[in-house]
Design a protein. Structure first.
Lengths: 289, 336
């Protein structure tokens, strides 16, 4: 029994990695732009579809697709920020939320229009199609790859934020926007960059999901609500919080299905509500003045 | 007549005409129009209740469907248990109000993004419960075969509501009365306090308004009317499904209020009519009607944040034949 539970936990952590990639972008964007991007789940979905399209176009090379797909999503992010979002930073927050919501509707239907409303499921790349024995059960090699990729992104983001000049600007703007601007940070370029980075992360999550999760137009709606739960849990704007929050929700799902099959789904929302009530700035966020 | 008096006379006249038109629908049109009109009326009620929080108070709730579903499920369960219609509908609205009181007690502590997130969390929590608690709610299939028999009043006042036409009149009267109550409320001291909170919550607090208690009241009232809309929907469709609680349902009143204009009382009414009307038209040509609404929403948010009514108002204010400035800003020379 103990080994089965450990294995179940490992599967939960794998699932948590997709959530982490989406939540990381969501949290990063909120930290810097102060916009809660409802369309982030749609970007995840677009990432999956575009990667799949590139995969087909390049004769089934998964690695090229993985490289190109998320970059295309970042370009969509560029359009969203430069053409649309930028115009309403001064308006009430509710309208910013609604603008991103409009993008959910638009992107969902465009995908249905272009790719059709049915499920698609491309094959796992050959190099990762095997399985390894972990805790006495077979774990697909691809799951290990996902775990590694998720942790690599976490490490990369940490290095970027702590060790580079742009990372410094991102942190400064996130901590105190007015002060950063007063000290000469060109916020408009930074906003565009951060939005594209966030979109790229969501796209990467979608791209990585295609060999194991079926692609469907509704896949973004499920993950965005989960990502909201995660960023609220970890604290809006905190990347460390987003990472740990994703792991927590992944484990909650993995074990919830075993122990509380009926209320597993409700539990996540209850946790989210409880955190918002007790610590609205999240478990790892910084309290706003 | 002075300008404000004239405008009030216009509005009263328009409201009376509208009520008459609503009540005449079953006489003038066919079954489909009657069904469609009732759907519009129920969305109007939902959107008006939502706008009590959004347009009036400036709080964007993303969990309004939870109260809608609470009303619908409570009424459906009571009707299936053999209760007469009127008590079941009232009980549905009260259940929604009770849920709103619980949720609202927590939500009023927050504003802006945190308010939206918390209402979303509670809304999805209710959805998850409805979806998984199969024994009571029927789970994924929902509740089917909801009976619609008699009103439940004694003797000669009892009406058989099984014919769609009778049910239409019953629901229409309730919606019209509710709209009247909400309109009265928006002009009451509570409504003024809510607007003061929207403009500047801190200042409102200093001028003696108990901000949290006032928002809480609005939250419960909004929840009750959203529940009433749900309670009337259940016997109309004779089924309830968990989608009634999903966040995509919460988005409907948001759209209606935004398209019509959240800053005037009639905005959500116009918005609900336009929203369902356009939807009905578009789905005949394409299944991608959400794409069209996404584009409409985009345009509204970028260019017409006052919605259709706001746009119409600013257009009227710019009447080319009016040479002097508007009377509200400065009295015209000839009037002096």
């Amino acid at each position: 029994m103990g080994r089965v539970l450990l294995f179940q936990g490992l599967v939960g952590l794998t699932e948590a990695m997709y959530l982490w990639l989406v939540a990381a972008g969501l949290s990063l964007i909120f930290g810097v732009l102060r916009v809660l991007n409802f369309a982030h789940g749609a970007l995840y979905m677009i990432g999956a579809y575009l990667t799949y399209a590139v995969f087909r176009a390049f004769g089934g090379n998964f690695w090229i697709a993985l490289l190109v797909g998320p970059v295309l999503v970042a370009l969509i992010g560029w359009v969203m920020e430069v053409v649309f979002l930028r115009r309403i930073y001064r308006v009430d927050v509710a309208f910013q939320l609604l603008l991103t919501f409009a993008f959910v509707l638009i992107l969902d239907d465009i995908v249905k229009l272009v790719f059709g409303p049915v499920y698609q499921s491309p094959p796992t790349p050959r190099a990762l199609s095997g399985a390894v024995m972990v805790f006495g059960s077979p774990l697909p090699t691809y799951h290990l790859f996902i775990l590694a990729a998720g942790c690599a992104v976490a490490l990369g983001l940490w290095l970027f934020l702590e060790k580079t000049r742009w990372g410094l600007l991102v942190r400064a703007t996130s901590a105190d926007r007015e002060m950063a601007r007063a000290l000469g940070v060109r916020s408009s370029r930074l906003f565009t960059f951060v939005f594209m980075l966030g979109a790229w992360l969501a796209g990467l999550g979608g791209a990585l999901s295609i060999p194991v999760r079926a692609i469907s137009p509704g896949m973004g709606e499920t993950i965005i609500i989960e990502a909201f739960v995660v960023v609220v849990l970890g604290g809006l704007g905190s990347l460390r919080g987003a990472f740990l929050g994703s792991l927590a929700i992944g484990l909650l799902h993995a074990y919830g299905i075993v122990f509380l099959p009926i209320f597993e789904l409700a539990l996540a929302y209850l946790v989210m509500a409880a955190v918002l009530i007790v610590r609205p700035w999240g478990l790892f966020g910084v309290r706003e003045a | 007549m002075t300008a404000p008096e004239r405008s009030r006379a216009w509005r009263t006249g328009a409201a009376i005409l509208l009520c008459a038109a609503v009540l005449l629908v079953p006489v003038l049109f066919g079954k489909f129009a009657q069904y469609f009109a009732l759907n519009v009326l129920l969305l109007v009620l939902l959107a008006l209740s939502f706008n009590l929080l959004f347009g009036m108070t400036g709080l964007l709730s993303f969990g309004h469907a939870a109260f809608h579903a609470a009303g619908a499920y409570a009424t459906a369960l009571l009707l299936r248990g053999g209760a007469p219609l009127l008590p079941a509908v009232v009980a549905g609205a009260l259940c929604a109000a009770a849920l709103a009181a619980i949720v609202g007690a927590f939500c009023v502590r927050h504003t802006r993004v945190y308010f939206s997130m918390l209402t979303l969390a509670f809304g999805m929590f209710v959805y998850a419960i409805v979806w998984k608690w199969t024994d009571v709610t029927g789970g994924d299939d929902g509740l089917v075969g909801i009976p619609r028999r008699s009103l439940g009043l004694p003797g000669p006042f009892d009406v058989n509501l099984a014919p769609p036409r009778n049910y239409y009149w019953f629901s229409a009267v309730i919606v019209l009365v509710s709209a009247g109550v909400l309109h009265r409320l928006s002009r009451s001291p509570l409504g003024l306090a809510l607007r003061a909170i929207r403009e500047n919550a801190e200042r409102a607090e200093f001028s003696g308004i108990r901000v949290r208690r006032t928002i809480f009241l609005a939250f419960v009232v909004a929840g009750a009317f959203a529940g009433l809309a749900g309670a009337l929907l259940a016997p109309l469709e004779q089924t309830v499904a968990p989608t009634a609680a999903h966040w995509t349902k919460s988005a409907e009143p948001v759209m209606a209020a935004l398209i019509g204009g959240p800053f005037s009382f009639a905005g959500p009414i116009v918005g609900a009519v336009v929203y369902l009307g356009i939807k009905e038209l578009i789905v005949r040509y394409t299944e991608y009607w959400l794409l069209v609404f996404g584009l409409v929403l985009l345009g509204v948010v970028l260019a017409f944040r006052g919605g259709l009514l706001g746009a119409a108002e600013s257009l009227l204010a710019r009447r080319p034949w009016r040479l002097a400035p508007r009377p509200r800003t400065a009295p015209r020379k000839d009037a002096a």
